[in-house]
Design a protein around this ligand. Structure first.
Ligand code: ADE
Length: 238
C-alpha cells in the first residue's frame, strides 16, 4: 500500500518509517511513504501556504492552491487512491474503517492541515473524506495521519502475526482482557491462577468474562453495539 502525505513537517514521519512494526513492514515492502511539502508548489518569494480567514476570526487558513497543485503532482506520480484530510470535525476513525481500508487495499493521499483549517473549496473538490481521531484538538494533522498509518499498516497481511489482530480490542466487539507475564508474583501480586492452569477452555472463559467486565465498566456503548451486531453470545453473562 502506498501513502503520499502532504505536510509542512516531513521529518515528523520518521516516527512511523524508522521505528517498530511499521518500519519493519516497510522494509519488507508491505507499504511505502512519500512526503510532499506544499511550499514546493508556491510561486511567491515567501512561499506562502496560508492566509487570513475571510469574514475575520483568529488564526490562519491553509490556501487551496498549493494543496491542489500538490495533489495533482501526486496523481501524476501514480497514486490514484483515496484522499483523506484530518480535522476534529471529521468522521471518527474506528477499527471497522481501518479494517475496511486494509481489505480494499487502495493507496492513500493524506492531507495534514495546520493553523485553523483548510480552505473549504479544496476540501470540497479534492478530498474524499475528513477523519478525526477523537474529540480533542491537535495542532496539526500530522499525528492523526500517523495514527491512521500505524493502525492500517499493522493490519496489512505479514506485518504482525495474523492471530494478534484477531482477538485484540474492538475486533471482538469488546475491549481486550488484561495481560500478564513473568514473574508469577510481582510486588506481592500474583498472576490470576487460571492463567497458570493450562486449562484452555477455562482460560478462554476467564478472558471473555474479563473483557466483558472491563468493557461494561469503561465503554458501555460498545456492549450495546456488540449486542446489535451479534458479537455477544448466549453464554455471555452481563
Ligand atoms: N487535527 C486537529 N485535531 C484533530 C483531530 N482530533 N483529529 C484529526 N485531525 C486533527
Amino acid at each position: 500500500m502506498r501513502f503520499d502525505v502532504i505536510t509542512l513537517f516531513e521529518p515528523m514521519f520518521a516516527a512511523v518509517t524508522e521505528n517498530g512494526i511499521t518500519s519493519r513492514a516497510m522494509q519488507r515492502g508491505l507499504w511505502s511513504l512519500y512526503t510532499w511539502n506544499p511550499r514546493e508548489e508556491t510561486e511567491d518569494n515567501h512561499r506562502t501556504v496560508d492566509d487570513r480567514p475571510f469574514g475575520g476570526g483568529p488564526g490562519m487558513v491553509m490556501m487551496a492552491d498549493p494543496l491542489a497543485r500538490t495533489v495533482r503532482r501526486i496523481r501524476r506520480s501514480g497514486n490514484v487512491g483515496r484522499v483523506v484530510s484530518f480535522a476534529p470535525n471529521g468522521t471518527r476513525l474506528t477499527d471497522e474503517t481501518v479494517r475496511r481500508w486494509v481489505a480494499e487495499d487502495r493507496d492513500m493521499v493524506l492531507i495534514c492541515g495546520r493553523y485553523e483549517g483548510i480552505d473549504q473549496r479544496f476540501l470540497d473538490n479534492y478530498v474524499d473524506e475528513t477523519v478525526s481521531i477523537g474529540d480533542f484538538v491537535l495542532s496539526g494533522g500530522e499525528l492523526a495521519a500517523m495514527v491512521l498509518i500505524d493502525a492500517v499498516v499493522r493490519q496489512l497481511p505479514g506485518a504482525i502475526k495474523e492471530l494478534s489482530t484477531l482477538d485484540e480490542s474492538f475486533s471482538t466487539g469488546l475491549l481486550d482482557a488484561p495481560h500478564y507475564t513473568r514473574p508469577e508474583v510481582w510486588e506481592g501480586q500474583a498472576v490470576p491462577e487460571v492463567l497458570l492452569s493450562g486449562h484452555h477452555a477455562n482460560i478462554a472463559k476467564w478472558t471473555r468474562e474479563q473483557a466483558l467486565e472491563l468493557t461494561l465498566r469503561t465503554r458501555a456503548d460498545l456492549i450495546e453495539k456488540a449486542k446489535a451486531s451479534g458479537k455477544l453470545s448466549e453464554t455471555d453473562r452481563l
